[in-house]
Every structure is written in structure tokens, then in C-alpha cells.
Write a protein that binds this ligand. Structure first.
Ligand code: IMP
Length: 197
């Protein structure tokens, strides 16, 4: 198992979530807060996997430390998997959560098939660029016709979880962590590390 790991995300909510789940492992955890001069790379990959790898390699090189990075997206069956890798920028370069939700609800307005899923890919890279691990987590749901609840972030208010039987906008952080794509990918990574210890 690694002795040191930097959680390479500028999203403080995500960093806290990752730190919490990894805190009982014998790994010295670091965050990008310790490296304020590092700017975010452009996410030019065509897949979630490519972007997770690109970010892990970029930050590992600049921090000179093994780095964990993730990329996630929402995939709607009726839109052939869109927004997918474009989830964050679905409504354009200056997209906000609100404008993204508005565009997706509009694009899905006449769709009866509401199946969708959140997908998360996590990659771990060494400073020289070698990818040590890549794992994926999925969370199935239905796309709602309007926002329900105000909790969470991003597309949470329009995602109805098939497992929780409620919108992510209504779920507590603890409920969401029990089924979320990110938590699932991270659990898979921890399993792999423990097996190959
Ligand atoms: P990223 O993983 O931070 O790159 O997220 C990509 C896009 O997916 C952003 O628009 C996020 O708001 C959205 N997203 C990722 N995870 C979640 C989630 O758990 N709930 C709601 N939206 C999410």
C-alpha cells in the first residue's frame, strides 16, 4: 500500500469526503491546499477515465507525490449517455449548477425514458506518471421532471435515487455516501489496496 497520498481535487467538499473515507488507512494524507500555486489542468479527455488519469498524472508530477484524482458525470439513457464527460460544462463554458439543470430538464422534457446514472472514475498516479489504480463507481436513478430538495450540489435535486427512493436533493450526506458513485469507486479502491497489501 502507498505510504503517502495527495487527494488531488480543488473541490473542498469532495476532498473532505475522500479524507473521511481514507482516514483509517495507514496512509499519510495530503491535500492540494498544501500546494496553492498549482492551477487546475484543462480537462481535455474524451472520457471520464481519460480525465481522471490526466488529472492524477498532472498533480502527481507537480506535487512529486502519489495523487488520487476523480472525474464524474451524469449519463441519461434517452440521450445516449449525455451529458457524460461534458456534465460540468453541459450548458456552456460559464455553466452553473442552475443553468446545467435547466438545460438538461429542457433536453429531457419530452422523454418518457428517465433512466440515468452517476458514474465516477478514480485514478491514482505516481509522480513519474505510472497509473497505479483505476476504479469506477455507479449509482442508478431516474431523472426527475423538476427539482426536489435543496441538499447536495450539482444535479442532486433532479436525480431520484433508485436505492434511497428519494432525490439526492432530499438525502442527508450520510444517506448519499451510502450509495453514491464516488463512495462506491473509493470503496472499490480501498478493497484493492487491502487485498494487495
Ligand atoms: P466533477 O467530478 O467534479 O468533474 O463533476 C462533473 C459534473 O458532475 C459537475 O457538474 C458536478 O456538479 C456533477 N456531479 C458530480 N458528482 C455529482 C453528485 O454527486 N451530485 C450531483 N452532481 C454531481
Amino acid at each position: 500500500m502507498l505510504r503517502q497520498l495527495c487527494i488531488a481535487t480543488k473541490n473542498e467538499g469532495k476532498a473532505a469526503e475522500f479524507m473521511e473515507m481514507l482516514k483509517n488507512l495507514p496512509i499519510e494524507l495530503h491535500s492540494l491546499a498544501e500546494f496553492p500555486g498549482i492551477v487546475e489542468p484543462e480537462e481535455t479527455g474524451k472520457t471520464l477515465s481519460a480525465n481522471a488519469r490526466l488529472k492524477a498524472q498532472y498533480y502527481a508530477k507537480l506535487t512529486n507525490m502519489p495523487c488520487l484524482a476523480d472525474d464524474s458525470g451524469l449519463e441519461c439513457a434517452a440521450l445516449n449517455g449525455a451529458p457524460g464527460v461534458l456534465t460540468a460544462r453541459y450548458s456552456g463554458e460559464n455553466a452553473t449548477d442552475k443553468s446545467n439543470i435547466e438545460k438538461l430538464l429542457s433536453d429531457m422534457k419530452f422523454c418518457i425514458r428517465r433512466n440515468c446514472c452517476f458514474r465516477c472514475v478514480i485514478a491514482v498516479s505516481l509522480p513519474e506518471g505510472k497509473i497505479l489504480n483505476e476504479v469506477e463507481g455507479i449509482c442508478d436513478g431516474l431523472l426527475l421532471h423538476e427539482e426536489v430538495g435543496t441538499a447536495g450540489f450539482g444535479y442532486d435535486p433532479i436525480f431520484w435515487s433508485k436505492e434511497l427512493h428519494m432525490s439526492f436533493g432530499e438525502a442527508t450526506q450520510e444517506q448519499k455516501n451510502a450509495v453514491s458513485h464516488r463512495a462506491r469507486a473509493l470503496k472499490r479502491l480501498i478493497q484493492i489496496w487491502k487485498k494487495h497489501r
